[in-house]
Design a protein around this ligand. Structure first.
Ligand SMILES: Cc1ncc(C[n+]2csc(CCOP(=O)(O)OP(=O)(O)O)c2C)c(N)n1
Length: 369
């Protein structure tokens, strides 16, 4: 399981060598995304609250977990008492205080992720874990039903990936769109995913895109933002316009605070408060925001327009703001409630209609437990 330490230490080749020499599958945490190529046959995906079913089940069934440069934070572990019950954990981290802080470890190694992993690669015997990887693949739940309709998160992200040939740095804000990007965008190049993990501060996207673009020498940067988070640090748009930076903003406009609305659906019986226009939430007009900064603006409301407009947007040399008008009821699926236990049976939220992955009988069984 690899985290941000792998990216900071640039331990990509070492992690890959370790995985390939041992056949051990690789999980990337939110901040570890792009530390290991998504398309690699040993890559499983993201763990935890918003992780995929098969990834969490892999953790719950593993007998050993090598954690490299990660914190085992609560979004990964859920209830630590039932996290990875069968696993001996080997934790490698530069910060001694992280070792054993959140989960008990069998072996703690304090050191740079790259150095330690390189030494591990020489220390281990080559082997294969084909049956184990196959076993995990058996846990995979198809996403086919998860996102529906025009301008689904999947379709949007696939179009951006294709149109940019996977060659952009992707920055996100905080919310549902952040999780869609984490789960659905097929990262292949190291350090191309910039997101606000840990603190999860909305308003991160616009200034982070500015910083990422400048740090990469003016490289094309795609910022996928929420209509709620985008205005929170919109003053930086003036700087972006002045420097004519090639930052393409795709504001996934689901008419409010999508993640808050989802929470109110799941836990508050659809009692909506300050999460959309009908419940008293208003945002500055996006078109006027763009115009006020002298940034070109496009509104996109169908997948056809999206595909055609995308090439034009990416071809513009400077910044562009795209208002991508989506249906409000696109959810982040699946999700493990932080109040329940990730016991490998994917005990989930009470709204079974949000859970196309589980059949009714399995759902009832899980709820009993
Ligand atoms: C500064 C700040 N305020 C509040 C929150 C709590 N919060 C997390 S996500 C979210 C809503 C995000 O809405 P939006 O930007 O529209 O993104 P969506 O979830 O719809 O993709 C809120 C209010 C936060 N993380 N940061």
């Amino acid at each position: 399981m690899v985290g941000h330490g792998v990216i900071l230490a640039e331990a990509y080749a070492e992690v890959r060598a370790l995985a390939e020499k041992t056949g051990i599958p690789v999980i990337t945490t939110l901040l570890g995304i792009s530390g290991f190529p998504d398309g690699h046959p040993l890559h499983l995906g993201m763990p935890g609250m918003h992780g995929e079913v098969h990834v969490n089940r892999a953790i719950q069934n593993a007998d050993v977990i090598i954690g490299i440069g990660l914190r085992f934070d609560d979004r990964v572990t859920g209830n630590t008492a039932s996290f990875a019950p069968q696993a001996r954990i080997i934790h490698i981290d530069l910060d001694r205080a992280e070792i054993g802080k959140n989960v008990p470890v069998a072996v703690g190694i304090v050191g740079d992720a790259r150095d330690v992993t390189r030494r591990l690669v020489t220390a281990v015997e080559p082997r294969r874990c084909e049956r184990w990887v196959e076993h995990i693949r058996g846990f995979v739940r198809t996403r086919a039903e998860a996102y529906r309709g025009d301008l689904s998160p999947e379709a949007i992200l696939a179009s951006i990936y294709e149109a940019s040939h996977g060659d952009s740095t992707i920055v996100t804000d905080v919310g549902q769109h952040q999780m869609w990007v984490a789960k659905l965008y097929p990262y292949q190049r190291p350090n191309t995913h910039i997101t606000s993990g840990g603190l999860g501060a909305m308003g991160f996207g616009v200034p982070a895109a500015l910083g990422a673009c400048l740090a990469a020498g003016g490289r094309r940067t795609v910022c996928i933002d929420g209509d709620g988070g985008f205005p929170m640090n919109a003053q930086e748009l003036a700087t972006i316009a002045r420097l004519s930076l090639p930052i393409k903003f795709f504001v996934l406009n689901n008419g409010g605070y999508g993640s808050i609305r989802t929470t109110q659906i799941n836990y508050f019986n659809r009692r909506f408060v300050a999460c959309d226009a009908a419940s008293g939430l208003t945002f500055p007009d996006l078109r006027l925001t763009a115009e006020s900064c002298g940034i070109p603006f496009r509104q996109i409301s169908t997948q056809d327009n999206f595909a055609t407009d995308l090439a034009a947007v990416l071809a513009v040399p400077g910044p562009v703001i795209c208002d991508v008008v989506m249906a409000p009821d696109q959810f982040t699926q699946p999700k493990v409630s932080s109040k329940q236990q990730p016991d490998g049976r994917m005990v989930t939220m009470p709204m079974e209609d949000l859970w196309p992955f589980l059949d009714r009988a399995e759902f009832e069984e899980n709820m009993k437990e």
